[in-house]
Write a protein that binds this ligand. Structure first.
Ligand SMILES: NC(=O)c1ccc[n+]([C@@H]2O[C@H](COP(=O)([O-])OP(=O)(O)OC[C@H]3O[C@@H](n4cnc5c(N)ncnc54)[C@H](OP(=O)(O)O)[C@@H]3O)[C@@H](O)[C@H]2O)c1
Length: 245
């Protein structure tokens, strides 16, 4: 059985990854911070034989010390795929009005949490064949993001550079390192940060004339992790429904 470690698996893209991997009989450890709904497993059709929740806050560096103990307790000694999914815009604001702390927090959640998790889990990933690390980036890394989120675009662009550099270093094992860069996806994230007007603008610039559904991103992550795609490495896979100029 393949073991997956997924950061941020209780909602949005992460939740769809959790469903996809576990329904295909991978064991998935997923992180979350807020209490899970009582009927989380039944509502999402999840089999607790394959799904292991881990209350863990990516922003609390002390929480990283719990990982080894948690994995040992759950008899997990190797990981086939790490999905660094946690990320957030945190706040929309212009550069001029942005507090320096927002930049620090944005780098913590969008970049350093993935670097730290990768460092802690690397010994487990090195133990498996055909393993992969998939970082969830954003088209904002290239486009600088929709207005008032430069802190997010810059952090995601650093995540892309991390992906490329790490893929070169990890090729000796080999561990493939890939980033997926979606444009707008229909999750809480958009409900929190984008007005209908903003979303309409994005849709008008998209040839498929809609935003993505989270399962569509999860399907690609699942596919990229598969050893059938063993020659995809160091790539930033853009998923934007076809951008009109
Ligand atoms: N949605 C989009 O339009 C879009 C577009 C491009 C890229 N992305 C990227 O896709 C990724 C997922 O976004 P999403 O839209 O699926 O987000 P989402 O719906 O807000 O879900 C975020 C998930 O991460 C967990 N999480 C948040 N903060 C955490 C923390 N500090 N520690 C551990 N878990 C934490 C949440 O659990 P709790 O609620 O329990 O904390 C939740 O399961 C992010 O990296 C985002 O930047 C999203």
């Amino acid at each position: 059985m393949n073991n997956i470690f997924l950061s941020g698996g209780s909602k949005g893209i992460g939740l769809e990854c959790l469903k996809k991997f576990s329904q295909n009989k991978s064991k998935v450890v997923f992180t979350y911070t807020k209490a899970l709904e009582k009927n989380f497993f039944t509502k999402n059709n999840l089999d607790n034989k394959y799904v292991i929740p881990f209350k863990f806050n990516s922003l609390k560096f002390n929480d990283y010390k719990k990982i080894n103990i948690f994995l040992k307790k759950n008899k997990i000694s190797k990981i086939n795929t790490l999905i660094n999914n946690v990320g957030d815009v945190l706040k929309r604001t212009s550069f001029e009005e942005s507090d320096f702390n927002l930049w620090v927090n944005s780098f913590n959640i969008n970049l350093f949490s993935s670097i730290k998790l990768t460092q802690v889990l690397l010994p487990y990933i090195k133990k498996t064949k055909n393993s992969s690390i998939i970082n969830v980036s954003s088209v904002a890394a290239k486009t600088t993001g929709s207005p008032d989120s430069l802190h997010y675009g810059v952090a995601k662009s650093a995540l892309n550079t991390f992906t490329l550099g790490l893929s070169r270093e990890m090729s000796i094992y080999p561990i493939r390192v890939i980033a997926i860069a979606p444009s707008a996806v229909n999750t809480n994230f958009q409900k929190k940060y984008s007005s209908n007007r903003r979303l309409k603008k994005i849709i008008n610039k998209t040839s498929l004339n809609r935003i993505a559904e989270p399962y569509e991103i999860a399907n690609i992550i699942y596919s990229l992790s598969n050893k059938d795609h063993s020659y995809i490495n160091g790539t930033i896979v853009e998923v934007d429904g076809g951008r009109l100029a």
